[in-house]
Structure formats: structure tokens, C-alpha cells
Design a protein around this ligand. Structure first.
Ligand SMILES: *[C@@H]1O[C@H](CO)[C@@H](O)[C@H](O)[C@H]1NC(C)=O
Ligand SMILES: *[C@@H]1O[C@H](CO)[C@@H](O)[C@H](O)[C@H]1NC(C)=O
Length: 419
């Protein structure tokens, strides 16, 4: 939680300097657009952009999906590649759609809560959340139904990001989120995004993200505002998406765009679990047990009594965790019966509890507390990173640097570092 508080502080300072920040942001956006367009040209020239084959006259990722008839049509899909797949066909007969079925943004507020006593007492920060709590699935602005269709994917890296964090996505793509095959095991990557929040340069941001996706083909975007309290929407919309489109995936790593992941150690952990045959219910990370809601109003994670008044179930810090694909499907099923909770990692803990499962604590996942003392020598100690699986939290620049140091063959680490 320490780093969460640090985040809150960041946020606080950002607000104070907003007068200076705005022109800076616009400026950097213009610059970023330039870069993106330049890259796009380069990519087209040497064919890097050809992650998925496109017809000539391509008109944006949205259009790409629509053309293939995968996003828009539901049961009567004409896309044979989807229906020919046994699992997808089964799903059709089970009544679950074979494609994303939320097509209209229908999220009017639930006015009935306004008249209730507890709502009037509730901290106003939570009004918006409570009024829209019933809105769960949203239309997709960018979809990649083809992501997991061509054969088995061993590990799907799923990264929560927001449109503005372009440089972090770049760093992840170059490091732990690089799509490649290790010993015949394929790794694929997806970034989860919402839509720009109002008040920002919505149109240009949207254009930028579409360009970016055209180059890399690794973005899923839903039409809900990318706010802090909407993070749980990212969780449930992804679980549903996964259930529809990703029958051929074995494991999911889910994390933030500002973590360091030691892919090699992560694969090794999966290997151990597979060997032990203990992977069907695998859910492992930085587990927090016996936590209670934070009642300090200054905290970003403050939860008023009116909203929740029990201890939390054991849950895993959202910075990075590993789960098996069968468990992700079961989580999707139980999630549909649970009211949305404003903190996404706690919400997943509630889903696990409903399945009578507890997440497994693994010391290799360090998603809390590392940066409590920013000057801690551990933060710049490569052997520390070499021996762990996930470390929170790094800037894009620090991630790139640490990645190259850790992967330098001359780096010798005497023993497993433990702190
Ligand atoms: C939107 O949702 C409300 C409440 O759930 C429902 O009454 C209404 O018919 C819906 N509108 C559309 C266009 O689906
Ligand atoms: C979440 O997103 C929806 C759709 O954009 C929006 O109506 C709602 O106000 C957002 N909720 C919060 C708490 O920001």
C-alpha cells in the first residue's frame, strides 16, 4: 500500500501544478503524434506493421474487426474461422455469444439510489461509482478476436494501461511483454484500455491509440472512461473477453504497465506448477490476507463504511499476478453474480472467495512496499531483479535499463538474494 500512497501523492502534486501541466501535455501530445506517424511510415516500409494481415484500404482497427464480421455479428457470424473452432461452436450452443455482444453504450444512472439514506450520507467521491455500478459490459472500440486463434498460447501477458502511457507500453513491448516463442511456448501480449476521460483531448488521444494499435495490434479498448474507480470494469470486461476469444491459452499473467517482470522466472514458476500438476486452480502473487478497508479519507483507497463494512477476503496486489486459464473462466462466471467493487484487486479476491479459493502467496512477487524508501539500494540492485518475478514500480526508462542489465550475461549473482 505504500506505493499506492506514493501514487496518491503524485496525483495530488499533479493537480496542484495543473496550470503548467496542460500546455506541456498538449505539446508532448503533438510530439507523440509526430513520432507515431513517423514510426507508422517506417513500419509500413519494412513490414513490421504486418502483425495481422490487412486488406488494402484498411480503415482503422475498429473497421478491421467490423469488416471481418467478428465484432458486429453475433450468433449468425459469417466468419467461418471463428465458428469452425470446436470450442467456439460449443459455446454458441451453450448460449454464450461467440463474439462481443455489448454493442450500445447504455449506462444511464440508477436514480433509485439517490433517494436512499445511506447514499445521502455517502462521501460524494463515491456517488458516480454507485450510480453507475450496474453498468458492467461496454462496447469495444478496438478488438482483436484473432489474438489467440492460431494455435496454443502458453502465456498471455495482459497489461492494464491508459492511453497517455505510451512510453510505458513501448518499454513493456521491448522487454517482458515482447511477443515471442521460448522452447516452443508462445507468449502473446495485450494492453487493456478504456476511453479517454472527459476534459482531455479526447479526439486526438483516440486517434493516437488507433495508430499505435495499427502498428502493434495488441490493444483492447472499451468504451468506458478510464478512471480509477472504473478499473474493476477493466477486470470484468477482460474476463468476459477472454472467455469468448481465448480458448487456446494456458496461463495469464496480469499486471500493470509500470512493473518489471522477469519472464524467465515466471516461465520457470509455471513449469514447476505444471510438473506438480497444480495448475488448474493456480492464482499466485503478492497476497494480502486479513486486510480491512482503509478508513483514512486522505487515501486513494479510502472506502466509506456505507460501501463496505467487513474485512477483505485474501486478495492479490494488482501490480502483477499469474493465473491459469480454467480458473479465469470460473472467475468470469462468479464475477457476474457479484456487485462491482471500486478496488479491482479486492474485487478479484471476492470472486476467489466465492469459489472457496485463496490466492497463493509467492515471495517472488513484490508489488507492494519496495519503493517505500525510494533510495533503498534494492531498487537499483540487478541481482534482486534477477531473482524475483515481479517488481513494482519502475518508469519506462528504468525498466529498459534494468532489463538490459539483468540480461547481460556478464552479470554474476552469487546467490539468491532475499530481503
Ligand atoms: C438501457 O438500460 C436501461 C436500464 O437497465 C433499460 O431500461 C433501457 O431499456 C436500456 N436501453 C437500451 C437502448 O438498451
Ligand atoms: C465509468 O465509466 C462510465 C462509462 O464511461 C461512466 O458513465 C462512469 O461515470 C464511470 N464511473 C466512474 C466512477 O468514473
Amino acid at each position: 500500500l505504500a506505493c499506492r500512497n506514493a501514487q496518491a501523492m503524485d496525483h495530488f502534486f499533479r493537480r496542484k501544478r495543473v496550470g503548467l501541466l496542460k500546455p506541456l501535455l498538449s505539446l508532448s501530445l503533438v510530439f507523440a503524434s509526430f513520432l507515431m506517424i513517423h514510426k507508422l511510415k517506417l513500419a509500413e516500409k519494412d513490414g513490421v506493421g504486418g502483425k495481422h494481415t490487412r486488406e488494402p484500404g484498411w480503415c482503422g482497427s475498429e473497421c478491421f474487426s467490423f469488416k471481418k464480421g467478428v465484432v458486429k455479428t453475433s450468433l449468425g457470424s459469417s466468419d467461418s474461422s471463428v465458428l469452425n473452432n470446436d470450442l467456439d461452436a460449443q459455446r454458441v450452443s451453450n448460449g454464450t455469444p461467440a463474439s462481443w455482444d455489448a454493442q450500445v453504450l447504455n449506462c444511464s444512472e440508477d436514480a433509485s439510489v439517490r433517494s436512499q439514506d445511506w447514499f445521502r450520507r455517502l462521501d460524494p467521491r463515491f456517488h458516480q461509482f454507485v450510480l453507475h455500478r450496474h453498468c458492467r459490459y461496454f462496447p469495444m472500440l478496438i478488438n482483436h478476436p484473432e489474438k489467440c486463434t492460431d494455435g496454443e498460447v502458453h502465456l498471455l501477458m495482459v497489461v492494464k494501461s491508459v492511453i497517455e502511457q505510451h512510453d510505458r507500453r513501448e518499454a513493456v513491448r521491448k522487454t517482458w511483454g515482447k511477443e515471442h516463442t521460448v522452447d516452443g511456448k508462445r507468449i502473446k501480449t495485450l494492453f487493456l484500455l478504456g476511453s479517454p476521460t472527459t476534459g482531455k483531448d479526447t479526439k486526438n488521444l483516440q486517434k493516437l491509440i488507433e495508430y499505435e494499435d495499427r502498428i502493434y495490434g495488441d490493444i483492447l479498448q472499451w468504451d468506458f472512461m478510464d478512471t480509477f474507480f472504473n478499473l474493476t470494469l477493466k477486470e470484468v470486461n477482460f474476463l468476459k473477453w477472454f472467455d469468448i476469444y481465448c480458448s487456446g491459452v494456458r496461463f495469464i499473467f496480469k499486471g500493470d504497465d509500470d512493473v518489471f517482470v522477469n519472464t524467465h522466472n515466471l516461465l520457470e514458476l509455471i513449469g514447476f506448477k505444471v510438473e506438480e500438476r497444480k495448475y488448474a486452480e493456480l492464482f499466485v502473487g503478492d497476497t494480502i490476507s486479513k486486510a480491512i478497508p482503509i478508513r483514512n479519507r486522505q487515501s486513494k483507497y479510502y472506502i466509506p463504511k456505507e460501501l463496505y463494512d467487513k474485512p477483505y477476503p485474501p486478495y492479490v496486489g494488482g501490480g502483477g499476478f499469474l493465473m491459469s486459464s480454467p480458473l479465469a473462466r470460473r472467475l468470469f462466471v462468479v464475477s457476474e453474480d457479484l456487485e462491482l467493487y471500486p478496488i479491482d484487486d479486492v474485487f478479484l479476491g471476492m470472486c476467489l472467495q466465492k469459489l472457496h479459493l485463496a490466492p497463493e502467496l509467492h515471495p517472488g512477487f513484490r508489488t507492494f512496499g519496495i519503493t517505500r524508501r525510494r533510495v533503498s539500494p534494492m531498487n537499483s540492485e540487478p541481482c534482486f531483479y534477477k531473482n524475483l518475478i515481479v517488481v513494482h514500480k519502475l518508469s519506462a526508462h528504468e525498466l529498459l535499463r534494468m532489463w538490459s542489465v539483468v540480461h547481460n550475461e556478464e552479470l554474476v549473482c552469487a546467490q539468491r538474494t532475499s530481503i
